[in-house]
Design a protein around this ligand. Structure first.
Ligand code: PEP
Ligand code: MG
Length: 752
C-alpha cells in the first residue's frame, strides 16, 4: 500500500496556501483536487457538489476526463457517490466496480480504476457533496487515510458553505436547496422574510492549525472548563432541584466525559485542524449519524450533543456577539427553543415570523407570539441547522409549514395569500361596529382573551365587547422575578384603563402544571396537569392569592370587577376562595379603599367533576366560564400538549356536546351567565355548535373575532339548535357531528 506523502498536516498547509491564492473559484478547486490526489497518492481525486435540485454534479477532477466536469451528474442516491451522500458515511472499496451500487459513466473514463475512497462533504450534519479518490490498483485505504480525507472534506465544505463556489457549474447558488419542513401551527398568519438565528451558530473562521501542539492544549483547556461548568450546573440542579432539567444536564455531563468523543476530536486536531474546527467536524459527523436515526430518543440526544459542542465552541472562540443586533426588515426568528421573555426582547414590529424546533401550541412563547400577532410554527425538527442567517424563508402559521429558500412559484403564491388575507382582514374590520346578531335575532357577546397588556389594544381594533378571559399568569411568566404587590396593582390599573370601561374578567393566577414561573422552585410531579396548580395553590398558600386579589381590588378603584378562579373541582373550593376575597374586601374597606361595585366572582368549568355539581356551582357563582381546553383534556383523558393523541377526540362529538349542553342548560336554569373561553369558542364551526347548544357569550383570541362575527351574522341559531338536538338524540355511536355541521354551514352560506 503506498504511503501518504507528507500526511494530512502538510496537505492542510498546502490547502491553506491554495485558498489564499487570488484565482477564480474553479481554478482553486482544480488546484485543490491535484493537491489531494498527490497527498494521498491517488490517480484520481474528484469533488461532487449537491445542487439545489438534489443532483450531484462533478465540479472538479484530477485524473478523470476533464470534459466530464459539470457534465457528469448523478441523482442524489445514484452510484457510489450517491450512496455516500445519502448515508453521510465514508466508503472505502478495493474494487469499486464490483459494488452493486457502482454506476459507470463512460464520459469520465473511470473504467481503469479499481480502488475507491469517498467521504461526504458535511456541514452541521447535512450533506453538501462528496469527495472521492481512486486508484488503478486494488489497494486498501487505511483508517488514517480515511480520517485525513474527512478532515480535508471539512475544509472543502466550509468553502462550499461560504458561497465560494456559487455561480460555478450548471446551476448558480450551490447547494442551498429549497426545502419544506413541517411542524405545528402555533400562531396564525403567514410571514415572508429572512432568517435571523435567535442564538446564531458560532462561526469557525480558522480551520487549519498553525501549531498542532498548541491546538491540542487549547482543546484540552476548553474541555476542562466546560466539564467543570457542567459539573457546577449539575450540582446546582441537585441542590435546588430546578433550573435546568437535571436529566438533561446529566446526559450532557455523560457526553462531556465520553472517551470516544474526546478521542475523535483529538485525532481531528492531530490531523491538522484547529481545536474549534475539530469540534465542529466531529459534531458534524455526529449530527449526520444521529439525523439518520429513527429512534426518537437518540435523535433527542442530538440536542444535548449540540449543546455540548456549542459550549466547547464558546469556550474556544468566545461567546459571539452579546445581546442581539437590531433586527433587519422582515426578520423571521429561527430558534431551537425560546422563552416568552426572550421573544419580548425583540422588536415585535419588525418580526414577521417565528420558527421553533420545540414549543407546543400551549407553550408560553406560542401564547406570546399569538398575543403579538406574529405567525409561528413549532416542532420543526432541526430548523436551526436547516437554514443560515439571511436565507429567504416563509412561515405558514396556518398549515404549520416552513419553506426555506423557497422557489419563485412558492414565494409568489404565498405573497398572493398574504394579499388575500389582508383583504379579508379589511372586510372583518368593516364589521367592527356591526352588532353580533344572528339572522334570527339572537345577540352573541364576543369577547377577547388577553394575557399581556398589548392584547388590550385589540379591543378597539376588533370591536369586542370586553375581555372575557384575562390570563394574569402570563405577566408573571414573562417576568424575571415575582412582580411585587405595587407592580401588580400598577399593571392591573393599566389593563383596566386600556379596556376603556369595557368589562374585564380577570382570572386569578393559573400556575403550576405546564405554567411554570421561572423564579419559583419547580415541583417534581408525576402528573403535573393533575397536580398542585391553579386554585389549589391559591387555597393551600393563600399569601400569593391574597396579594393578587388585593392588587386587583385596589386597581379597580370602585369600578365593576369580575374575578374568576381556575381549575375549580368542587363547590367547596369556590366557597373557600370567595371567603378569601371577602376577607380582602373587608380589610380594604377598613382602610378606606373604595371597593369595586359590583364585584362578581366566577368559576371556570374545566374539571369534569363540576359537571356533576353544576346546579350548585351555578347557584353559588355569579358567573361561569367554560375552559374547554382543559375540560376536553380531562373529559377525554387526552393530554392537550401531546400531539400523538390530539386527534383522538372531537369537541363536536356527542359526548362533548352533551357536556357543553348540560352546562348551558343548567346555567340558564339558574340564571347564571356563562361564557366559553377555551380555544373552541374562537373556531367558527365549533362556535356555531356552541350557539346551537345555547351559549350566548364567547371569548377568543383577537384574530378569531372577525371570522367569528362573520359566522354569527349569517347564522340562524334556532335552525342549528334544532339540527343538533335531532342528531344528538339519534347518534347512538357517539360519533362526531363535524361532517354534518360542516355541510350545513356550506349549504346555508355560513362562513366557517
Ligand atoms: C381552558 O382551559 O380552556 C382555558 C381557557 O384556560 P387555559 O387555556 O389558560 O388553561
Ligand atoms: Mg384552563
Amino acid at each position: 500500500m503506498p504511503a501518504a506523502l507528507g500526511g494530512p498536516r502538510l496537505l492542510l498547509r498546502r490547502l491553506r496556501e491554495a485558498m489564499a491564492e487570488p484565482v477564480s473559484p474553479q481554478a482553486r478547486l482544480d488546484r485543490i483536487v491535484v493537491l489531494i490526489a498527490a497527498n494521498v497518492v491517488a490517480e484520481v481525486c474528484s469533488v461532487y457538489v449537491l445542487r439545489d435540485d438534489n443532483i450531484l454534479e462533478l465540479f472538479a477532477t484530477e485524473g478523470l476526463n476533464r470534459e466530464a466536469v459539470h457534465l457528469t451528474r448523478l441523482r442524489a442516491d445514484e452510484g457510489l457517490v450517491g450512496l455516500i451522500a445519502s448515508t453521510a458515511e465514508p466508503l472505502a472499496l478495493s474494487d469499486a466496480q464490483k459494488h452493486p451500487a457502482f454506476s459507470y459513466r463512460p464520459e469520465t473514463g473511470e473504467e481503469v480504476y479499481h480502488a475507491f475512497l469517498g467521504v461526504p462533504l458535511l456541514r452541521a450534519g447535512h450533506t453538501l457533496g462528496v469527495l472521492t479518490v481512486q486508484n488503478k490498483t486494488y489497494r486498501v485505504y487505511s483508517e488514517e487515510e480515511i480520517e485525513a480525507l474527512q478532515t480535508t472534506a471539512m475544509v472543502l465544505s466550509e468553502m462550499i458553505a461560504s458561497g465560494e463556489l456559487d455561480g460555478l457549474g450548471s446551476q448558480a447558488g450551490v447547494p442551498r436547496q429549497a426545502l419544506m419542513a413541517r411542524g405545528l401551527a402555533l400562531s396564525d398568519g403567514i410571514g415572508l422574510g429572512h432568517v435571523v438565528l435567535h442564538e446564531p451558530r458560532l462561526v469557525v473562521k480558522t480551520l487549519i492549525a498553525e501549531n498542532v501542539d498548541r491546538e491540542v492544549e487549547r482543546l484540552d483547556a476548553a474541555i476542562g472548563s466546560v466539564r467543570s461548568a457542567i459539573d457546577a450546573l449539575v450540582e446546582r440542579g441537585d441542590r435546588i432541584g430546578t433550573a435546568e432539567s437535571r436529566e438533561v444536564l446529566e446526559t450532557v455531563r455523560m457526553f462531556a466525559h465520553d472517551q470516544g468523543w474526546l478521542r475523535r476530536m483529538r485525532e481531528a486536531v492531530a490531523s491538522g485542524l484547529t481545536a474549534e474546527a475539530a469540534v465542529e467536524r466531529v459534531q458534524s459527523d455526529n449530527r449526520a449519524r444521529m439525523l439518520r436515526q429513527s429512534d426518537p430518543y437518540l435523535r433527542e440526544r442530538l440536542h444535548d450533543l449540540d449543546d455540548l459542542a456549542n459550549r466547547l465552541l464558546r469556550a474556544l472562540i468566545g461567546p459571539g456577539a452579546a445581546g442581539h443586533a437590531p433586527l433587519p426588515e422582515n426578520a423571521i426568528l429561527v430558534a431551537r427553543t425560546m422563552g416568552p421573555a426572550a421573544l419580548l426582547d425583540y422588536d415585535a414590529g419588525t418580526l414577521r415570523g417565528i420558527v421553533l424546533e420545540e414549543g407546543g401550541p400551549t407553550s408560553h412563547v406560542a401564547i406570546v407570539a399569538r398575543a403579538l400577532g406574529i405567525p409561528a410554527v413549532g416542532e420543526v425538527e432541526n430548523a436551526t441547522a436547516l437554514c443560515e442567517s439571511g436565507d429567504a424563508i416563509i412561515v405558514d402559521g396556518v398549515a404549520g409549514e416552513v419553506h426555506i429558500r423557497p422557489g419563485p412559484e412558492i414565494e409568489s403564491s404565498y405573497a398572493e395569500m398574504v394579499r388575500l388575507r389582508a383583504r379579508r382582514q379589511e372586510q372583518y374590520r368593516a364589521l367592527r361596529d356591526v352588532p353580533a346578531i344572528t339572522r334570527d335575532g339572537v345577540k352573541i357577546g364576543l369577547n377577547l382573551n388577553a394575557g399581556l397588556l398589548i392584547d388590550f389594544s385589540h379591543l378597539d381594533e376588533t370591536g369586542a365587547e370586553g375581555v372575557g378571559l384575562f390570563r394574569t399568569e402570563l405577566q408573571f411568566m414573562v417576568a424575571q422575578r415575582m412582580p411585587s404587590a405595587a407592580e401588580q396593582q400598577a399593571l392591573y390599573r393599566q389593563a383596566f384603563a386600556a379596556s376603556g370601561g369595557r368589562p374585564v374578567t380577570v382570572r386569578t393566577l393559573d400556575i403550576g402544571g405546564d405554567k411554570i414561573l421561572p423564579y419559583m422552585a419547580k415541583l417534581e410531579e408525576e402528573n403535573p396537569a393533575l397536580g398542585w396548580r391553579a386554585i389549589r395553590i391559591g387555597l393551600d398558600r393563600p399569601a400569593l392569592l391574597r396579594m393578587q386579589l388585593r392588587a386587583l381590588l385596589k386597581a379597580a378603584e370602585g369600578r365593576p370587577l369580575k374575578i374568576m378562579f381556575p381549575m375549580v373541582a368542587t363547590v367547596h373550593e369556590f366557597i373557600e376562595a370567595r371567603k378569601i376575597v371577602d376577607r380582602e374586601k373587608a380589610h380594604l374597606a377598613r382602610h378606606g379603599y373604595r371597593l369595586p361595585q359590583p364585584c362578581e366572582l366566577g368559576a371556570m368549568v374545566e374539571v369534569p367533576s363540576l359537571l356533576f355539581q353544576i346546579d350548585e356551582i351555578a347557584k353559588e357563582a355569579d358567573f361561569l366560564s367554560v375552559g374547554s381546553n382543559d375540560l376536553m383534556q380531562f373529559l377525554f383523558a387526552v393530554d392537550r400538549e401531546n400531539r400523538r393523541v390530539a386527534d383522538r377526540f372531537d369537541p363536536l362529538s356527542v359526548a362533548a356536546l352533551r357536556a357543553f349542553r348540560l352546562i348551558a342548560d343548567r346555567a340558564k336554569a339558574a340564571n347564571c351567565p356563562v361564557t366559553v373561553c377555551g380555544e373552541i369558542g374562537g373556531r367558527p364551526l365549533d362556535a356555531m355548535a356552541l350557539i346551537g347548544l345555547g351559549f350566548r357569550n364567547l371569548s377568543m383570541s383577537p384574530a378569531a373575532l372577525g371570522p367569528l362575527k362573520a359566522m354569527v351574522l349569517s347564522l340562524d341559531a334556532g335552525e342549528v339548535a334544532r339540527l343538533i338536538e335531532a342528531e344528538m338524540t339519534t347518534m347512538h355511536d357517539g360519533q362526531t357531528l363535524r361532517p354534518l355541521l360542516t355541510s350545513y354551514a356550506h349549504d346555508n352560506g355560513v362562513p366557517i
